[in-house]
Design a protein around this ligand. Structure first.
Ligand SMILES: NC(=O)c1ccc[n+]([C@@H]2O[C@H](COP(=O)([O-])OP(=O)(O)OC[C@H]3O[C@@H](n4cnc5c(N)ncnc54)[C@H](OP(=O)(O)O)[C@@H]3O)[C@@H](O)[C@H]2O)c1
Length: 273
């Protein structure tokens, strides 16, 4: 098992029923971690848990929960306490995006997205980081996005939510230095998962050449277990992240982001961005 110290508790993965979280569950079970899998789809989680237990001989629990409901993070933390589970790795992976101009978006969808991407992630980080500090060991992996580095016309709320995830996690990483606990933000670019359909981006130009979820999950695991602060996944995303830092003006950053996110080659939709 790689990493700075050996975890003694289980790994909790949110959004484990699909995509990056599902691949991470496989990878972590293969490497001997006992798991607690969380998502809304109870059936998918149950099937995955029994499959992983059979294949890798680890203990895999599952808890179906809608993390976009206010108070869900406390419910999950209480569940762990009442079950007597010691968690030493937390992966805040559940999240989604919505590709629409702000004026065309459903306000409730955006509010739920912020509750999941931002509020639940913050509350879970806060509750478990305190436990980890008392234990003297812990790893937190928060899944950001390449969209964290610039404002994203067409995905304004999503990009901003991931900007929050990045800044929050970097600050938490700093606060935790010397404690044996670390917080890592991992920023992937477009990846072949259910995210693309949920964001309404099937066939979008930018999703061509999307990464494989398995490769992203490996990057998540390696960065988190090594206690890194921030890992951008993929050389192109690293280049874009750097270029936004050195751009001469915020207007230029916006034009660059718009150029990248616009669905080039698609018939004009009349969209405002
Ligand atoms: N794929 C990409 O292009 C991409 C790029 C950059 C960053 N990311 C980030 O990567 C993370 C994982 O996304 P993915 O690409 O693997 O997408 P995905 O295939 O759609 O998986 C999302 C996971 O989150 C769970 N989830 C969604 N809403 C939830 C809720 N309200 N409560 C609890 N669980 C919920 C889903 O399970 P249920 O539906 O069963 O609840 C599923 O397991 C997200 O944070 C996303 O923002 C993705």
């Amino acid at each position: 098992m790689s990493g700075l110290a050996k975890p003694t508790g289980i790994a909790l993965i949110t959004g484990a029923s699909n995509g990056i979280g599902l691949e991470l569950a496989h990878l972590m079970a293969e490497r001997g971690h006992d798991l607690l899998l969380v998502a809304r789809s109870a059936d998918r989680l149950a099937t995955l848990a029994s499959g992983l237990q059979g294949e890798y001989g680890v203990t895999v629990r599952h808890f179906a929960l809608d993390l976009a409901v206010p108070g869900a993070a406390t419910t999950l933390h209480d569940y762990c306490r009442l079950q007597g589970l010691t968690v030493s790795i937390l992966v805040n992976n559940a999240g989604y995006g919505d590709y629409k101009p702000v004026t065309g978006a459903d306000a409730k969808v955006l509010a739920d997205m912020l509750q999941l991407n931002v509020v639940a992630l913050t509350e879970l980080s806060c509750l478990f980081a305190a436990d980890f500090k008392r234990q003297g060991y812990g790893r937190i992996g928060n899944i950001g996005s390449a969209s964290a580095f610039q404002p994203c016309p067409g995905m304004a709320s999503y990009g901003a939510s991931k900007g929050y995830v990045m800044q929050f996690t970097e600050a938490l990483h700093f606060e935790l230095r010397g404690s044996g606990v670390s917080a890592t933000v991992i920023n992937p670019g477009f990846t072949e998962t259910g995210f693309i359909a949920r964001a309404d981006m099937v066939g979008h130009a930018i999703t061509r050449g999307a990464a494989q979820a398995k490769d992203v999950a490996t990057a998540v695991y390696d960065a988190m277990m090594a206690g890194e602060m921030n890992r951008v996944v993929g050389w192109m995303n690293k280049l874009w992240a750097q270029s936004t830092l050195f751009a001469a003006s915020r207007h230029l950053v916006l034009w660059m982001a718009q150029w990248r996110l616009r669905n080039r080659g698609a018939p004009k939709s009349g969209a405002a961005w």
